[in-house]
Design a protein around this ligand. Structure first.
Ligand code: GLN
Ligand code: ZN
Length: 763
């Protein structure tokens, strides 16, 4: 009998009740016991739902109070020393302190979970002796069994993935850390074994990135020890997000099953199975239902794949699974009543994916005739989507084909543009600017709410936005900034805003996914060819420019960022989607230029995170990312200055691609990487305008002039003063007005000091 499996279910709840509970607790509106009981109810509901859908292998311990990496660290008592903790179960206050900071201690860093938009808390290992504070997987298993009679499959982050993603130790100490952690894992597993648990899911997604000989030896040690210590407990060694590296070595490890991703790592995993077979003593977890995408699966095609896999491993050794945890998709498409039926019926969020798993297992065990009706329904829905009007626009396809096949370049190289731009703009040495957004105050949010509800008409809302622009243009002049911005008051979110204005996009009502902690995002859906419908940002930008004699920088979100932060169609390659977006943005760039805007920033904060997990694919991705940026920005006049902005990540390994984008000025987040980024410019070959953020906008603290001066000094050791800009790290929308004004005044003071030191105007 073929079984079905789910690797993890979204935590947030259909009405984001998880988020609301956490936030109510943080705000002091509910006490700790209420927190525990509400979260237990949410957790059990999610398990019950999967149980009712007939899923055989349901993950327990996938639930979290914040993040599963933080849970793993807390389970091992790995609490950074700056938090007051003296062993034992990590109290909720300490747990949330690590995640969110306390008044005495800064939060741990967070970063992206592989190439997803989920952020985990980075464990800090330095100087702490791990212990087993709590056997969380066991507690989760017991709870599910007691309340639901469910034989759950506890899930744990595996030791190699956990260590690789942690920080605070030197790579040379990896084995010493394994010596400390393995015995703790062993205790967890032995206790599970004693409890009568038959399978445990150990997630090792790190195995899809790079597995060196050393890692392999470690894996043999880890899983060899586990097998010897808990021989009756079977381990499903789970990988996801790409094809597993070193297939033959990995499937030879002493575990009960191997979980592979046949959606995102399909061709690699499949060709490995075809070439080398699959060991007879193991179960294959076949991840065929996409845990990251939102579209219904082509069921017939998946059945064909599963039949091939069954031939290779046998029915009894196959589990039909999600490709990864369903954490990355919204909960249910059932509430999306406002979407066109062509689109809505083709969506599969987490709950619909449970149905797909059930359907696949049924078809495999009872034969396709038994599910003929469902298969036809699936065909119908998918072909209706394919044939839907906006899906294909020949005008867009033609324009994009011709643009993307030609080299895209500005009229003149940067060195020449720079001179005409200097002539045009007469900026001082070390021009000062900001990254785009100014504080999104309660007042701004309230105005938008009233307008969306229809209580304010368009005119009233537009007048309100103009007032905000007036205020901030005035403030920026008063502070003494050189290049101003309008402040982005009309935008909730830098991707949603453009999604609402371009053709080919749809917005869900409830398509939330967890981004980090309680923060959820609602990515737009790109379902059709993207097309420009008319000016999107011209009105506000031109208005701002009309209020000042200083240059106002237009503000757009770049093609790669819009794509990476949306759910995208899967019938055309991602690069085509990026080019379509670029083509639309190019028209907006031209419209801004025509309206008299001479500086235009195209933000690409998400370029780095879109890098494929396999190194061999990096160059190809970067090539088309650069091409997309150039399509969007290269038709402007020589005097028009193109800016870009990047943040959230390390960029040192892609400086040459950043240069190839050929923006006149780039601002990159640098203050949090403590100068690491600066090293990458040591070669001294970077020849374009650049602003390395001189202060961290993520903190409410007002940085002193001297701090910024020292950041500037450090940067100028490797960067040409004539090309250096002074700006904060990122947009200021999360800051309060007073903080923002005070910080920017200090920044302008630091710029003046630098100007005095480095001399007169450029040239
Ligand atoms: N222009 C955007 C802002 O200032 C950039 C945001 C970002 O980099 N994430 O808000
Ligand atoms: Zn930023």
């Amino acid at each position: 009998m073929v079984r079905s499996g789910v690797l993890g279910y979204p935590r947030i709840g259909a009405d984001r009740e998880w988020k609301k509970t956490l936030e109510a607790f943080w705000a002091g509106k509910i006490d700790e016991s209420e927190l525990h009981s509400r979260l237990r109810e949410i957790r059990l509901n999610h398990l019950r739902k999967q149980q009712q859908k007939g899923i055989d292998w349901i993950a327990v311990n996938d639930f979290s109070y914040y993040d599963h990496m933080l849970d793993t660290a807390a389970m091992f008592g790995l609490v950074p020393q700056r938090f007051a903790y003296d062993g034992g179960n990590v109290p909720v206050s300490v747990y949330y302190g690590i995640a969110r900071g306390t008044k005495d201690a800064v939060a741990s860093e967070m970063t992206k979970w592989f190439n997803t938009n989920y952020h985990y808390i980075v464990p800090e290992l330095g100087g702490i002796e791990p212990t087993l504070a709590e056997n969380k997987p066991l507690a989760a298993y017991r709870e599910a069994k007691e309340h639901l009679g469910l034989e759950g499959r506890p899930v744990i982050v595996g030791p190699l993935t956990f260590l690789t993603l942690s920080k605070g130790y030197d790579p040379s100490e990896t084995d010493a850390w394994l010596d400390r952690l393995i015995p703790l894992y062993v205790r967890i597993l032995q206790e599970l074994e004693q409890e009568g648990v038959s399978w445990v899911q150990i997630d090792e997604p790190i195995l899809v990135t790079k597995v060196g000989d050393e890692d392999l030896r470690r894996l043999e040690r880890i899983y060899g020890t586990f097998a010897a210590a808990a021989p009756k407990l079977k381990v499903m060694l789970q990988t996801y997000f790409e094809a597993v590296e070193r297939y033959r070595d990995i499937v030879a490890l002493p575990v009960g099953g191997i979980g592979l991703d046949f959606v995102h790592g399909r061709s690699g995993n499949l060709s490995s199975i075809r070439a080398f077979g699959f060991p007879e003593d193991k179960v294959l977890g076949a991840g065929v239902i996409d845990g990251r995408g939102i579209w219904k699966a082509p069921i017939r095609e998946r059945l064909a794949l599963l039949r091939e896999l069954t031939d290779a491993v046998g029915e009894d050794r196959l589990v039909v699974q999600t490709s990864c945890s369903l954490l990355h998709v919204p909960v249910t498409a059932a509430q999306e009543s406002k979407l066109a039926p062509e689109l809505r019926d083709a969506l599969a969020f987490a709950d619909e994916k449970l149905d797909e798993l059930a359907l696949l297992t049924k078809a495999l065990s009872l034969g396709e005739e038994e599910v003929a009706g469902e298969l036809e329904a699936c065909d119908r829905v998918l072909s209706r989507l394919d044939q839907w009007g906006d899906r294909f626009r020949s005008d867009i396809r033609e324009a994009v084909a011709s643009l993307s096949s030609q080299a895209q370049a500005r009229n003149r190289p940067f060195a020449e543009r720079r001179l005409v731009q200097q002539e045009q703009w007469q900026l001082p040495l070390f021009p000062t600017t900001t990254i785009g957004s100014f504080p999104q105050t309660d007042e701004v949010r309230k105005a938008r709410r009233l307008w969306r509800k229809g209580e304010w008409d368009d005119g009233r809302y537009a007048a309100f936005i103009r007032e905000q622009i007036d205020t901030w243009i005035g403030l920026q002049e008063d502070i003494g900034l050189d290049v101003l911005v309008h402040g982005e008051f009309e935008r909730t979110d830098m991707v949603e805003f453009f999604g609402e204005k371009l053709a080919g996009f749809a917005m869900t009502q409830n398509g939330w996914v967890q981004s980090y902690g309680s923060r959820c995002v609602k990515p737009p859906i790109i379902y059709g060819d993207v097309a420009y419908r008319g000016p999107m940002t011209v009105e506000e930008t031109a208005y701002a420019q009309s209020r000042t004699a200083r240059p106002v920088k237009g503000m757009l979100t770049g093609p790669i960022t819009i794509m990476n932060w949306s759910f995208v169609r899967e019938d055309i390659p991602r690069e085509q989607i990026a080019y379509q977006l670029a083509y639309a943005l190019r028209q907006e760039v031209e419209a801004l230029e025509q309206a008299g805007i001479g500086m235009i920033q195209v933000d690409e904060p998400a370029v780095r995170e879109g890098l494929p997990l396999k190194e061999a694919e990096h160059a190809g991705y970067l090539d088309w990312a650069v091409q997309a940026f150039r399509i969007a920005t290269s038709t402007v006049r020589d005097t028009t200055q193109i800016h870009t902005h990047m943040c959230y990540c390390e960029f040192h390994d892609m400086i040459s691609s950043i240069e190839a984008m050929d923006a006149d000025v780039i601002s990159i987040e640098a203050s949090r990487s403590h100068g690491e980024l600066i090293h990458s410019f040591e070669a001294g070959t970077y020849r374009q305008g650049i602003g390395l953020g001189v202060y961290d906008i993520h903190s409410p603290r007002i940085p002193a002039v001297e701090e910024m001066t020292s950041m500037i000094e450090r940067a100028l050791r490797v960067l040409d003063p004539k090309l250096f800009w002074i700006n904060p790290d990122c947009g200021l929308k999360t800051r309060r007005r007073e903080e923002t004004v005070a910080s920017l005044r200090n920044m302008v003071a630091a710029a003046r000091i630098a100007r005095e030191k480095y001399g007169a105007p450029i040239r």
